[in-house]
Design a protein around this ligand. Structure first.
Ligand SMILES: Nc1ncnc2c1ncn2[C@@H]1O[C@H](COP(=O)(O)OP(=O)(O)OP(=O)(O)O)[C@@H](O)[C@H]1O
Ligand SMILES: [Mg+2]
Length: 159
C-alpha cells in the first residue's frame, strides 16, 4: 500500500489507523520504520505509541536506543538503531529481552541480521512538501494486520 502524506498530521493519522488495525495483543510483533533522516519515522512512532494507549511524552530513543512502554496490548519498545555500529553491541544491550514485546524499529538496516524477521515495514520517502509512504507486510501476521488496515482505509480515508 502506497499513499501520499501531505503533512505531519497525515503521518500521525496513518499511524493512528495502523494502531486500530493491530491485534489486541501486540506481543512478539516487529515493525520496521525505514527512510532518510527527518523522513517522519519518529513522528509516526510517536503517534502509534499514543494510539496504542500511552498518554505521556514519547522521547526519542536516539541516545538510549530503546524506550519501553507498558501498554494495554503488552510491552512496546521504541528502538532507534541509528547509532548502533554492530549487532554484537545490540546483543550486549539485551536485544533478546525485547522479544516478547512489540518492537518499533527506526534504522533497522543498521542491524540487518537482527531485524531480518519482521512483520511490517513502513517506508518514508521525501516528496516535497510531503512524504510518500509504503506500508508492507513481511509475515503472515503482518498480512493480517495490513488487510485490516486496508479495510479501514476504505471507510475512513485520510488523504
Ligand atoms: N507527511 C509529512 N509531510 C511533511 N513533513 C512531515 C510529514 N511527516 C512528518 N513531517 C515532518 O518531518 C520531520 C520528521 O521528523 P522525524 O523526527 O519524525 O523524522 P525521522 O525519520 O524520525 O528522522 P531521524 O532519522 O533523524 O530519526 C518533522 O519535522 C515532521 O514534522
Ligand atoms: Mg527518528
Amino acid at each position: 500500500m502506497n499513499v501520499f502524506l501531505p503533512d505531519e498530521r497525515a503521518t500521525e493519522a496513518l499511524a493512528t489507523r495502523l494502531a486500530a488495525a493491530m491485534p489486541p495483543s501486540t506481543a512478539g510483533l516487529t515493525l520496521l520504520l525505514r527512510g532518510d533522516l527527518g523522513a517522519g519515522k519518529s513522528t509516526f512512532a510517536r503517534a502509534l505509541i499514543r494510539s496504542l494507549g500511552h498518554a505521556g511524552a514519547v522521547p526519542s530513543p536516539t541516545y538510549t536506543l530503546v524506550e519501553p512502554y507498558d501498554l494495554p496490548g503488552g510491552m512496546v519498545y521504541h528502538v532507534d538503531l541509528y547509532r548502533v555500529s554492530s549487532e554484537d553491541e545490540l546483543r550486549y544491550l539485551g536485544w533478546t529481552e525485547l522479544d516478547e514485546g512489540f518492537r518499533i524499529v527506526e534504522w533497522p538496516d543498521r542491524a540487518p541480521g537482527i531485524t531480518a524477521r519482521a512483520d511490517l515495514c513502513v517506508e518514508f520517502e521525501y516528496e516535497e512538501p510531503g512524504r510518500r509512504v509504503t506500508v508492507s507486510a513481511l509475515s503472515p501476521d503482518g498480512r493480517r494486520i495490513v488487510a485490516r488496515f486496508e479495510r479501514t482505509r476504505a471507510t475512513e480515508p485520510v488523504d
